[in-house]
Design a protein around this ligand. Structure first.
Ligand code: F6R
Length: 583
């Protein structure tokens, strides 16, 4: 999704802005641009495609003297990814970058057109810039307040005015931080964009306006200046680097053992830190993408081990569905970024309905972390590869903890003591995953089959493979395959069979035999030897609560190796965004 960065300081903004944009690349984008200004001029440079094209263009231009600027990576929503639609948008005295979607842009555009305003792009962002410009008569805060009061939807804006040497910013429903530095002040979609310059930041709340100069930072609410706490980010500059790995995805997978050790230890030392889910009559798990697949594992464990009724639903459905929940319901929101628009909306709906909310979240400064009633932080550190790996594993680990406690068991230390070492051993077996990857990377379709918790793992294995390698892949409940999809199995179609659940082991094995006899190339991933198939990975058998943590890393590495063999842009798959901050 779009990323914004801005600087008001003592230095020329070019390098700071480009550095920030590169750090935001992981969010996914299709065009980029910067605007820098001085007392006389605003200079806007934009480009379609990678940031390096923008950088080349900037380097081939003579830049004006400046110490104030804004920049943007755009993930197209309204209008194609063209240079005209790329941000910043300049209208009259206003130059603006935007992350979010203005839902009533059409209506406002018509109103402004009737007043003689001319539009050049197809974007909702140009409408916002025009509206601020329309209301601007020398008081920046007033113009921003007046315009934003008319906007529906979500936004984080970075705004420059021709006749001001300050940088303005405001947000609603989209992430925005204000960085406080010694050589100037910053705005950014997340701290990683400015971590090379400062770790100190302020979190503006909805519709608070930041006004920044080289040596001052002010936050306004309803026209009045307010005091805000300055926070310090606990991420290191090194977290931004690949640390010798070829890709962030690989680096992040390899971090899993150490992260598991660090994240789980406090809970193992003191189980009272784990929320007691037994006090609720029903649990709803709501999330998107991989996070909902982690939730599906949670649902299976909580139902099977603790006999708690659990309803698991993707946030984009939950937010619009007729949902039955009340004060006896706990709604668990799972989100790495904590900024996924649908998950935020689902959380707000649950709160409005009187349910308690618990967030399993990574980014501590995020909206979900701040607005949920209770939080469990997965402590994954920054996850830069668009496809989640380590965050997913830690989410699954947290569900293991919740189910373990809810089932009344007490010796968590013993249960998870070996987990990090076992994961490390699994990750070290890279040759096996490469061998499997060689067997499937030329195929067009891949299937994953399993039952119950194994099916939940299939969903994640399949998603990982398709998003990074672009191979069409589907996950099926093993017993459901023969009700239609089995017609797609032909000679050489790869089918992954995940078999860890003892209760349905034989059933899944029968389903695997069915596809094998129709020509499928079967790859089993199991916790006991399964013989007679083409390829297989056997992981150690451990407690059901944590067994998925030994299986999914294999699937992550297979997806990685396949993507590499196919020459894909592994860390930034096409069309994908890391943090889906719009609906
Ligand atoms: C898949 C992936 C996405 C995210 C989903 C939710 O690899 O990364 O499916 O899991 O967009 O994002 P968060 O967890 O930030 O809410």
């Amino acid at each position: 999704m779009c990323g914004i960065v801005g600087y008001a300081g003592t230095k020329h903004p070019k390098d700071i802005l480009l550095d920030g944009l590169k750090a935001l690349e992981y969010r996914g984008y299709d065009s980029a641009g910067i605007a820098i200004k001085n007392e006389k001029k605003v200079q806007v440079i934009k480009s379609v495609g990678k940031i390096k094209y923008l950088e080349d263009k900037i380097n081939n231009n003579s830049l004006i003297d400046s110490n104030l600027g804004i920049a943007h990576t755009r993930w197209a929503t309204h209008g194609a990814p063209t240079e005209t639609n790329a941000h910043p948008h300049n209208v009259g005295k206003v130059t603006l970058v935007h992350n979010g979607i203005i839902e009533n842009a059409g209506e406002i555009k018509n109103k402004l057109i009737s007043k003689g305003v001319i539009f050049n792009s197809d974007t909702d962002t140009e409408v916002a810039a025009s509206l601020i410009n329309y209301y601007y008569s020398g008081d920046q805060i007033k113009a921003i307040e007046k315009a934003t009061s008319e906007l529906a939807g979500s936004y984080a804006f970075g705004i420059l005015f021709d006749d001001s040497d300050m940088l303005f910013a405001v947000k609603k429903g989209s992430p925005l931080i204000v960085g406080i530095g010694s050589d100037g002040n910053y705005i950014a979609s997340d701290i990683m964009a400015i971590i090379n310059y400062t770790k100190r930041y302020i979190l503006p709340e909805e519709d608070e306006i930041a006004a920044l100069s080289a040596n001052s930072f002010k936050i306004f609410k309803n026209g009045k200046e307010i005091k805000k706490e300055i926070l310090t980010a606990d991420v290191s500059v090194e977290a931004k680097s690949k640390q010798g790995y070829e890709h962030y995805m690989l680096k992040e997978i390899m971090e899993e053992p150490l992260l598991l050790e660090n994240t789980l230890k406090p809970f193992a030392d003191d189980m009272s830190l784990i929320p007691d889910l037994k006090e609720y009559s029903e649990i709803h798990i709501v999330a998107c993408g991989s996070a909902i697949y982690a939730g599906m594992i949670g649902k299976t464990l909580l139902e099977e081990k603790a006999a708690i009724r659990v309803y698991c639903e993707v946030a984009s459905e939950y937010r619009y569905k007729k949902v039955i929940c009340d004060k006896n319901t706990l709604v668990i929101l799972v989100s790495q970024s904590g900024e996924t628009a649908d998950t935020i909306a689902a959380m707000r709906k649950a709160k409005d309905m009187g349910a308690d909310t618990l967030a399993i979240v990574n980014v501590k400064s995020s909206t979900i972390a701040r607005e949920s009633d209770e939080q469990i932080f997965i402590e994954a550190g920054p996850e830069i590869a668009v496809a989640t790996t380590k965050a997913y594993i830690l989410q699954v680990a947290i569900f293991g903890l919740l189910a373990y406690k809810a089932s009344g068991l007490k010796n968590l230390k013993r249960e998870i003591g070996n987990l990090p070492r076992l994961v490390k051993e699994i990750l070290d077996d890279r040759d096996t995953y490469l061998k499997i990857a060689h067997h499937i990377y030329k195929n067009n379709d891949v299937f994953f089959i399993g039952r119950k918790v194994d099916y939940a793992m299939c969903m994640e294995g399949s998603l990982k493979l398709k998003e990074v390698s672009y191979i069409h892949s589907e996950a099926y409940q093993a017993g459901e395959l023969k009700h239609g999809t089995i017609s797609l199995i032909e000679e050489g179609t790869p089918v992954f069979g995940i078999i860890t659940d003892d209760d349905i082991r034989d059933k899944t094995i029968s389903n695997i035999a069915e596809v094998k006899s129709r020509g499928a190339k079967v790859i089993t991933v199991s916790n006991e030897n399964v013989t007679g198939y083409d390829l297989g990975v056997v992981v150690p058998k451990i407690s059901d609560f944590f067994q998925p943590i030994l299986v999914v890393p294999c699937l992550q590495l297979i997806a990685y190796e396949v993507a590499k063999l196919r020459g894909c842009d592994i860390d930034k798959p096409k069309n994908l965004a890391k943090s889906v901050t719009v609906e």
